[in-house]
Ligand binder design. Structure first.
Ligand SMILES: NC(=O)c1ccc[n+]([C@@H]2O[C@H](COP(=O)([O-])OP(=O)(O)OC[C@H]3O[C@@H](n4cnc5c(N)ncnc54)[C@H](OP(=O)(O)O)[C@@H]3O)[C@@H](O)[C@H]2O)c1
Length: 253
């Protein structure tokens, strides 16, 4: 019997995967049989992660790519073409949030940087992948959004807007490429324990209030997100496109 969750024979690209949610997705996709390309900003950060995975027999490669740099994204896909590794699956996971604060006083440079990486970089990555997927009439793209893209979070003004934009991008692309057999979806995690979210854990009162109103009474771990990414990438989700799966312990009920 064939396993609809299998990623055997698939090429996957997971951006921003040197740690955190991205790395957990890489591990889960390897476990399901995919060959995976990891990205991060620096070769020296990628190298030990890739070596550790290869030491366990995984078929992986690391390619440095700053998601805010259009030339780097172009070069990433040229290198994938050269390696005969054009992706069947892309998880656009990398994101940045250099500022804490609202929108009224947001620093314009911070705003531009957030949108460049989280939204423009996501479009350019997806677009480069889609050009290759359209030629093959198959593929799956997963955007890592956030619950902040559904309900803006205090202190994460610009970041919340970037994730709301990402959800719009996801739905728009899903309509455009669905007729070609390509699916585009998003995951919206709640609070997940990673380096990215450290500040939210340090605010003890807010953290405890959040957990108290979360039905499953805990924060998320990167592995809680990884299985959902595998599902959306796999044939088990063959009739799902344009959707956002909220993974937050029930915090929005
Ligand atoms: N943690 C949460 O609570 C939470 C909640 C909702 C959504 N999310 C989303 O989940 C995704 C992953 O976040 P995380 O919590 O796993 O963060 P993380 O542990 O800090 O990991 C971020 C990853 O992205 C890479 N990265 C950062 N900036 C990059 C750039 N400009 N270009 C390419 N790679 C870049 C980092 O690698 P290098 O440093 O090596 O470049 C790292 O591998 C993000 O989209 C985030 O918005 C997180």
């Amino acid at each position: 019997m064939s396993d609809p969750f299998s990623l055997s024979g698939r090429q996957a690209l997971v951006t921003g995967s040197t740690r955190g949610i991205g790395l957990a997705i890489v591990r889960a996709m390897i476990a399901r049989g995919a060959e995976v390309t990891l990205t991060g900003r620096k070769a020296e950060t990628l190298a030990p992660v890739v070596s550790e995975l290869q030491a366990h027999g995984a078929r992986v490669r690391g390619i440095p790519c700053h998601q805010g740099d259009p030339a780097a994204i172009e070069s990433l896909f040229a290198q994938l073409d050269a390696a005969n590794a054009a992706p069947d699956i892309v998880v656009v996971n990398a994101a940045t949030n250099p500022v804490i604060g609202g929108l009224v006083d947001v620093d314009l440079d911070a705003w531009k940087k957030i949108l460049e990486v989280n939204l423009t970089g996501a479009l350019l990555t997806a677009r480069a992948a889609l050009k290759r997927m359209l030629a093959r009439q198959r593929g799956s793209i997963v955007f890592m959004a956030s619950v902040a893209g559904i309900e803006p979070m205090d202190g994460l003004g610009a970041y919340s807007v970037s994730k709301a934009g990402l959800l719009g991008l996801m739905r728009g692309l899903a309509r455009e490429v669905g007729p070609h057999g390509i699916r585009v979806n998003a995951i919206a995690p709640g609070l997940v324990e990673t380096r990215f979210s450290q500040a939210l854990f340090q605010d003890t009162a807010n953290y405890q209030a959040l957990i108290a109103r979360t039905p499953l009474r805990r924060h998320g771990l990167p592995e809680d997100i990884a299985g959902v990414a595998v599902f959306l990438a796999s044939d088990a989700a063959a009739w799902i496109t344009g959707q956002t799966i909220v993974v937050d312990g029930g915090g929005r009920i």
